[in-house]
Ligand binder design. Structure first.
Ligand SMILES: NC(=O)c1ccc[n+]([C@@H]2O[C@H](COP(=O)([O-])OP(=O)(O)OC[C@H]3O[C@@H](n4cnc5c(N)ncnc54)[C@H](O)[C@@H]3O)[C@@H](O)[C@H]2O)c1
Length: 323
């Protein structure tokens, strides 16, 4: 199995919201990158955004100022897969759709040596399902990034039913070289670790809303001031340990857990909004309505916050340097 050195070339397929940040992250860590997308418009937007991200990486992420002027020398924009055979690692980040991802895998498999890892950034498609039609399923692995991908330390690696130990080892080493903190999900369950826990929370938030206990703004304010305070320092299990411990929480849970929503359905409040085409700040309609200015405010506030939290996490929990 190949591992990359900093003069090596990687490919990122799909230059949407996530793919652009993934490209920026590889470039900042010294890799040459082929960015592949079939849409010329997406290429133009990605290039413009890459410039902005390089500025952030220098100004907020502590990368060398030369990155701002030099990143373009390491970047190749492509609309086809022709040059992919020189790459030693691939990240697929196209539309969340099985057919779209399989079409990309067909292209990659016909050009790459069987030892090259193909990591998919799917949010929810089972890796085992994506492996089913592949010639070399052992080299496929989930590599789940978080937005903004060039700033966050988050990374989930997902072992599909046929993923080899070597593929996971190579991918984890790559993640660490990119300044990420890889967390391995050893079983391919829907939602992996973080989204699965997140969806349980979103379902309960809507249950509370639907049953008239609190409206969206009240739920959001309470969560921001509670989870928002501790969630970047510790996870839910350590949070239990530092605020009373299992003895206290087990007692409290016995009163609350039986009343939690156990419905297997997508909750009505979100289904109705989805049916009405609400895409959140993208089209300014979601649980809240947004003016253009408000939508931009939330987008910028989150990006700024992600950098500040990452800085704090780096201060509290320094990452080990890898080469
Ligand atoms: N949005 C998030 O916060 C988030 C977080 C983690 C993971 N993901 C996952 O990352 C992936 C990409 O998400 P996104 O939000 O960046 O999507 P997006 O819709 O913004 O971008 C998808 C890109 O893929 C391109 N594309 C589609 N088919 C292609 C093909 N056959 N060849 C080349 N390019 C193709 C499109 O032109 C587009 O630029 C999805 O699997 C998504 O579930 C998203």
């Amino acid at each position: 199995m190949s591992t990359t050195s900093n003069s090596e070339c990687v490919a990122v397929v799909g230059l949407g919201l996530l793919g652009r940040g993934i490209v920026a992250c590889f470039l900042a860590h010294g890799f040459r990158v082929i960015g592949i997308d079939r849409s010329a418009t997406q290429h133009a937007e990605a290039c413009q955004q890459l410039g902005v991200m390089m500025g952030e990486l220098v100004e907020l992420g502590g990368f060398a100022p030369t990155l701002k002027d030099e990143w373009q020398t390491g970047y190749i924009a492509a609309q086809d897969f022709e040059n992919v055979k020189e790459c030693s690692f691939i990240v697929e980040s196209v539309t969340e759709d099985i057919a779209a991802k399989e079409a990309v895998f067909d292209e990659l498999e016909s050009r790459l040596s069987p030892s090259i890892v193909i990591a998919t950034n799917t949010s929810a498609i089972p890796i085992s399902q994506l492996q089913q039609r592949r010639k070399v399923p052992a080299r496929f692995v989930g590599m789940h990034w978080a937005e903004p991908a060039h700033a966050t330390r988050f990374m989930e690696l997902v072992r599909g039913a046929q993923t080899s130990d070597e593929t996971l080892r190579v991918t984890a080493a790559m993640a660490r070289r990119l300044g990420k903190e890889p967390c391995v999900c050893q079983k391919d369950i829907p939602g992996f670790i973080v989204n699965r826990i997140g969806y349980a929370m979103y379902r309960e938030a809507m249950n509370i809303m639907q049953s008239g206990v609190a409206d969206a703004a009240t739920i959001d304010t309470a969560m921001r001031n509670a989870f928002g305070l501790w969630a970047s320092v510790c996870g839910p299990l350590r949070w239990i340990d530092i605020t009373g411990g299992p003895a206290l929480y087990a007692k409290a849970m016995s009163h609350v857990v039986p009343s939690l929503s156990a419905s297997p359905d997508v909750p009505k409040p979100i289904q109705k909004l989805a049916d009405d085409g609400a895409c959140g700040i993208t089209n300014r309609r979601g649980f809240y309505n947004y003016t253009e200015e408000e939508a931009r405010h939330w987008e910028e506030l989150y990006r700024k916050h992600a950098w500040r939290v990452t800085k704090l996490q780096n201060e509290y929990f320094p990452l080990k340097q890898t080469t």
